[in-house]
Design a binder for this molecule. Structure first.
Ligand code: DAH
Length: 354
């Protein structure tokens, strides 16, 4: 009993001198370790006369539990203290900037595409889609593009090889048969697909990828277009002008000059191309506008009666207008980008600027 009391006093005294976790651990080993003071005494119990063992054992165990609890308490106090000290002594520099987690950003093409869609949604247009692998019929024929039209030239169109049957109307060249399946060269076929399914009035845009066998500073084999179509009973060229002028001035700025220039497309009559005042030189004339002060941004026109006939619309009752634009071109003008290939090289130094 006396021995145990002395041991308790010694432990209490020793605790007072503990000021670090390291010292505390030494203390734990000294009392509770395999050869520790308390462990030794528990082992020594067997040497006592059996009658004395229970009382002695009880005393030792009470002290042991006390030692364990004290060490645990001290450990809590010391670790809080030590971490506070680390902060106070600058060991943890809370002024160091946080870890940089790189975040992606939207691709410039998608940003402009979203803007275009928003402008037309605001004007009450809906959004439609069509397939990128398209039938010759929808891409050309139904749009009044005759067999000998330059747009059907092998140089522009990617033909998709198909197994087996080909329509008898397919032209055959010395390379073999031209396929009836193409990668769509424009988004105009969506006009036909929607008109086949829906009756007028209709008002929609069709954004998407298109493909042409072409590649240089201003052409990539894949690029994006947004098609538009509005059909109803009293649609006139005045609607073309108001809708497209509002569109262009929403995308660029309210004071962007806009002009409509007569043009030709097989699926519209009359047709026009829409130019804006050059955004780079403000009309003074530069390399980008080839000295003219104007840049073409849209094709448009009144839907050709042959197109309506093909989808079974009453040409006496309905009129409509269509338009198409290239998204890469608009993006280049909006951000002053002079090489279209930058969009598809995945150079992060370019992409991070958006
Ligand atoms: N499809 C034409 C092209 O790819 C663009 C176009 C012009 C679409 C006039 C139209 C339009 O709907 O009316 O160059």
């Amino acid at each position: 009993m006396e021995d145990i009391n002395k041991l308790r006093e010694e432990f209490v005294r020793e605790c007072k001198g503990i000021s670090s976790l390291k010292q505390l651990n030494d203390l734990r080993i000294k009392y509770l370790g395999k050869k520790g003071l308390l462990t030794q005494r528990l082992k020594a119990l067997s040497a006592l006369p059996p009658a004395e063992r229970p009382a002695a054992g009880k005393e030792i165990n009470i002290l042991k539990r006390y030692v364990e609890a004290e060490i645990k308490r001290l450990e809590g106090d010391l670790s809080t203290l030590e971490s506070r000290k680390k902060v106070a002594t600058g060991f943890i520099d809370i002024t160091i900037p946080g870890k940089y987690i790189p975040a992606g950003s939207r691709h410039p093409i998608n940003r402009v595409l979203d803007e275009i869609v928003d402008i037309f949604l605001f004007m009450g247009f809906t959004v439609e889609e069509g397939p990128e692998v398209e039938m010759d019929y929808y891409n050309f024929e139904a749009l009044n593009i005759p067999r000998d039209h330059p747009a059907r030239d092998m140089q522009d169109t990617f033909y998709v090889e198909t197994d087996g049957e080909r329509q008898s109307s397919s032209p055959v060249d010395k390379e073999g048969a031209e396929s009836d399946v193409v990668l769509r060269t424009h988004t105009s076929p969506v006009q036909i697909r929607v008109m086949e399914k829906q009756k007028p009035p209709l008002r929609f845009i069709a954004p998407g990828k298109v493909y042409r066998c072409d590649s240089d500073v201003s052409h990539t084999p894949m690029f994006h277009q947004v098609e538009g179509l509005m059909v109803g009973e009293d649609i006139t060229f005045a609607n073309v002008k108001s809708v497209l002028k509002l569109f262009v001035q929403s995308l660029f700025s309210v004071d962007t000059p806009v002009r409509f220039r007569p043009s030709y497309f097989p699926f519209t009559e009359p047709s026009a191309e829409i130019d804006i005042g050059c955004v780079l030189c403000s009309g003074a004339g530069c390399r980008v506008c080839k000295g003219t002060g104007w840049i073409e941004v849209l094709g448009a026109g009144m839907v050709h009666p042959k197109v309506f006939e093909g989808v079974g619309y009453d040409t006496e009752k309905y009129t409509g207008f269509a338009f198409g634009m290239g998204v890469e071109r608009l993006t280049m003008l909006k951000y002053g980008i002079d090489d279209i290939r930058l969009f598809y090289e995945n150079d992060l130094r370019f992409l991070r600027q958006f």
